[in-house]
Design a protein around this ligand. Structure first.
Ligand SMILES: NC(=O)c1ccc[n+]([C@@H]2O[C@H](COP(=O)([O-])OP(=O)(O)OC[C@H]3O[C@@H](n4cnc5c(N)ncnc54)[C@H](O)[C@@H]3O)[C@@H](O)[C@H]2O)c1
Length: 256
């Protein structure tokens, strides 16, 4: 039996590339999933799954997040997993801190980092309440950061980069704070991946090929690659893994 059978998960950014793939995999593995996104439900079997609840709203709104998470707990009577996949990368406007618009900085950090504060502060107490004896271990969280948090960039996206570094830091803090409850927390660091966020590559095959050529494994990532890694980190196979980062980038950051 899948370790996800009979469990409950929250996935943010579930209308987008990675979040949708992750929600679909969790549903297929037997979990009930609340899918949260700003966008209306995508035309995808996951969003229509009988164990899915798709909730439209903004993860920077603490009241909305609180309501979505408590409604999940009321519906399913437990909460085992949280995946923070909502994010934005505004290439054209997110630039060097020297000349970025400061309101834009705040919005990017709110969406990519502070949203994690909202989801975790409402989810963790309910994960604790779900308590021992749950179908899986103590429960787990995966927060999607980025390899961008590990390096500088000649085409800077400073707000995104700083926010993603904050995600890694908070993930470690959560891991230590809640290890006693058996709750694990890990960050996933994707390299460039072909999702709606990177629609710029659909319009520019030469740029896409050039980005792929810079990856040792010779291609860009996919939502499937990230869902596979996320399901592993959530699963009992990762029972002794917490407070760390899993880089999923085809070897990009291993290059000198
Ligand atoms: N695609 C990549 O190359 C790449 C690389 C590294 C990290 N990431 C990260 O992976 C995660 C998933 O991104 P993706 O590639 O699937 O992109 P995506 O754009 O397909 O999905 C992101 C989803 O987040 C949702 N979202 C944005 N702001 C929101 C808000 N305020 N409230 C609720 N939902 C909101 C969007 O509507 C979208 O559906 C993001 O955190 C992203 O930063 C992506």
């Amino acid at each position: 039996m899948s370790c996800f059978e009979g469990t409950t998960a929250i996935v943010t950014g579930a209308g987008g590339g990675m979040g949708l793939a992750i929600a679909g995999d969790l549903l297929a593995a037997g979990a009930a999933v609340t899918m949260i996104d700003l966008k209306p439900p995508p035309d995808d079997p996951a969003a229509r799954h009988p164990k899915a609840a798709y909730v439209e709203g903004d993860v920077t709104d603490d009241g909305f997040v609180a309501d979505a998470i408590s409604a999940t707990f009321e519906r399913c009577e437990r909460l085992d997993y949280l995946v923070n996949a909502a994010g934005v990368l505004w290439f054209d406007r997110d630039r060097s801190l020297v000349d970025i618009d400061l309101d834009l900085w705040d919005r990017v950090v709110d969406i990519n980092l502070k949203s994690m504060v909202h989801t975790c502060r409402h989810a963790v107490p309910l994960m604790q309440k779900s308590g021992p004896g749950k179908p899986s271990s103590g429960g787990a969280m995966v927060h999607i950061a980025s390899i961008q948090a590990l390096r500088g960039d000649s085409a800077p996206q400073d707000a995104y980069q700083a926010a993603k570094a904050g995600v890694i830091a908070l993930s470690k803090s959560l891991a230590v704070q809640f290890a006693g409850d058996g709750i694990r927390s890990n960050a996933l660091l994707p390299g460039g991946a072909l999702t709606p966020m990177q629609a710029r590559w659909d319009a520019d095959p030469a740029a896409r090929q050039s980005a792929a050529a810079g990856v040792p494994l010779g291609r860009l990532g996919t939502a499937r690659d990230m869902a596979n890694a996320t399901l592993f980190l959530l699963s009992d196979k990762a029972a002794f893994i917490t407070g760390t980062e899993l880089i999923v980038d085809g070897g990009r950051t291993a290059l000198p």
